[in-house]
Write a protein that binds this ligand. Sequence first.
Ligand code: 5GP
Length: 187
Amino acid sequence: MAGLTVVSGPSGVGKSTLIQRLRQTRPDVWVSVSATTRAPRTGEVDGEHYFFVTLEQFEQMRAAGEFLEYANFAGNWYGTPRAAVAEHLASGMPVVLEIDLEGARQVRRSMPHAQLVFLAPPSWESLVARLSGRGTEHPDVVARRLQAARTEMAAQGEFDVTVVNDSLDEAVARLVSLLGLPEASST
Ligand code: 5GP
């Protein structure tokens, strides 16, 4: 049955690549577009990857109760607009949120029937390699990310199911099957 599915997991695990692939290959799944106060990265399109908003706009939305959940991640605010999620759920489409651990916990409390999926790295070593492998970051930054990843990995047991991100195609197929859809797109 179509419903709400949350995809979360440690930073560096490849969540956004997985979700990007899901968006490209499954038009029958609706992926929520979050609002964020973070600046756009090269190639990110407003309204497609995120709604890029000012801190004031985010505060207004939060105060008006427009977010299903929201959290601060690495100094920026992120929130899921509630109305669009409700509309797509009402239309019968599977809805996917790609959010951080704190957001996943909020959804668990407010929507207990939501399915919580933890995207895990094939091994701790592979995550360390990804987080430190970009080579551009100061060692302190890498150390902070690793510390955060340790906390995030420890929360795995709070999720309904774990998908290991060893092969992108297989991870997408596994996620699609968890959404209750046939593997081959019907469109
Ligand atoms: P990034 O800045 O790399 O796009 O995202 C940073 C983190 O914020 C990721 O863990 C991502 O899953 C999370 N995130 C993105 N949108 C939302 C949201 O609407 N709510 C919450 N709680 N986290 C989000």
